[in-house]
Design a protein around this ligand. Structure first.
Ligand SMILES: [Ca+2]
Length: 482
């Protein structure tokens, strides 16, 4: 199981014409690529808890990164087997490398050997350029990385170092070493390998940045870089954390933005808290293009590591009977809808890459438009490995789709994200054509705002149709699909 952090489907196999991802593309060519796969929560911790427990976020009850909420879920459900624990209980040797659960949220009972998440705050590793000055390239892998505080960490960095100087390369080497030792012997194994890029900060060895020449044509059309027409503020203003962030930066906080211009000047607190992005105000086109380059560089860096990992699976003789599953925990805005990073209920933040390559003649390779939710992965893996399903699962097995790309196991995919510290409860659904979102005022229980987008005419979700009289019938028929 390969987990990638903050990766929207910006991959060659998903039609991105610029990014270079030959290894993930090759995996997709021999497996099933889900064109319409969605996370259930556009933030690392809650999304991963949902995936790894086979439960929707409402059932997990964790909607932020508060450790206490996660612990409360485990205390309330002491015997609920997570996906890896279920495999462990059925004789698999289970191990975790890198970011599988959100940082610090591992449960030791899940793994046959202690999880190897890497150093705490590995996410913020950077390479001190001065430290590698004069060091021959082949020796730079040994130069230690520096863990920066987020507010002092450059948003992007491209040190001229070998891949294994940074965490993704080192972790891949570690897993490759263990695969070599297996030589197809011993208990069946369940390895979860979690890559921490392209999560911020965008740190990747220089050769991956060198794959891309920044190009102004990368910017989406202007109307895609603004909040959708007629959309409520809470939909795109992805700055729930901005109060703390602004305080950290010594900035005077505004009240909630009174208009779109002020909102856009503050939106994207996560990316704005790194050095190189203005704390507030317009993010220049030049910076937006540089961020798009850096995001792609990190994707290619991860793709390169996945290529080495899968090559080892092949040469160790394990590929012929190993299921390979690749997902990302949520999508990522690159300025679309006036938003940066994750934490919205829009298509861009909730649609994820999902590729499943299962051995066996019953399973076909191809691409499918069948809807999939990440909560479906648990029952799917059970079916692929011929394990029973535990009783608590809330997803549906995608195994029928792996046998027939035209098969379908659900009519809608759902996501949720609250806004303004739970003041508004946001629920989104897609049926493959329409996306609709309900924002409920949690104080009054009333519906505060609605959104409706038609991907057939508006793939960028630039125009909210929900308030138009002619949309009432469409919304009614969509509701019936839930
Ligand atoms: Ca993430």
């Amino acid at each position: 199981m390969i987990a990638i952090d903050d990766l929207r489907p910006m991959l060659g196999c998903y039609g991105d014409p610029i990014v270079k991802t030959p290894n993930i593309d090759a995996l997709a060519a021999r497996g099933m690529l889900f064109e319409r796969a969605y996370c259930q929560f556009s933030k690392c911790g809650p999304s991963r808890l949902s995936i790894l427990n086979g439960l929707r976020p409402d059932s997990v009850g964790v909607f932020s990164h508060r450790d206490a909420d996660m612990l409360a879920f485990r205390e309330k459900n002491p015997d609920l087997p997570s996906l890896p624990r279920w495999f462990k209980q059925h004789g698999y040797h289970t191990r975790s490398f890198g970011k599988v659960y959100h940082d610090g949220w591992d449960d030791p009972r899940d793994w046959s050997d202690p999880a190897e998440p890497g150093r705490e705050k590995e996410m913020l590793e950077i390479v001190d350029e001065k430290a590698i000055e004069g060091v021959p390239f082949e020796d730079r892998a040994k130069v230690p990385t520096v863990i920066a505080e987020r507010l002092e960490c450059p948003v992007m960095q491209s040190p001229d170092v070998p891949d294994e100087t940074l965490f993704a390369g080192r972790m891949t080497n570690r897993v490759i070493g263990l695969l070599k030792e297996r030589k197809g012997e011993g208990a069946p194994f369940f390895y979860a390998v979690g890559y921490r890029r392209p999560h911020l900060p965008f740190v990747a060895p220089r050769k991956w940045y060198d794959l891309y020449e920044p190009d102004p044509s990368w910017l989406p059309p202007a109307e895609w870089r603004r909040p959708p027409v007629d959309a409520p503020l809470m939909a795109w203003f992805n700055s729930d954390g901005y109060v703390g962030s602004a305080r950290n930066q010594g900035l005077k906080m505004p009240q909630l933005p009174k208009n779109e211009e002020i909102g856009m000047a503050w939106a994207g607190y996560e990316m704005r808290s790194y050095v190189g992005i203005p704390n507030r105000g317009t993010i220049s086109d030049e910076t937006q293009i540089a961020v798009r380059r850096a995001y792609r560089a990190c994707i290619s860096y991860v793709d390169g590591q996945i290529g080495r990992l899968l090559a080892e699976l092949e040469s160790a003789g394990l590929a012929r009977n190993t299921i390979v599953l690749l997902w990302s925990d949520h999508g990522w805005h690159l300025g679309e809808q006036g938003a940066w990073s994750k934490m919205t209920n829009y298509e861009i933040a909730t649609r994820v890459p999902l590729i499943i390559a299962a051995p066996g003649e019953a399973y076909v390779a191809g691409k499918t438009k069948s809807l999939a939710e990440l909560v479906d992965l648990y029952p799917t893996l059970c079916d692929l490995a011929s394990l029973p399903h535990p009783e608590h699962l809330e997803g549906s097995s995608l195994a029928p789709v792996l046998k027939d790309a035209n098969a379908s196991v659900k009519s809608v995919a759902g996501s949720q994200y609250p806004r303004f510290r739970d003041r508004y409860d946001g629920r989104a659904w897609t049926d493959g054509r329409y996306r609709w979102v309900d924002w409920t005022d949690t104080k009054s229980g009333e519906l505060a705002a609605r959104e409706l987008y038609d991907h057939e005419t508006d793939p960028g979700e630039t125009l909210n149709l929900a308030n138009r009289p002619e949309s009432a019938e469409i919304l009614k028929s969509l509701e019936a699909k839930k």
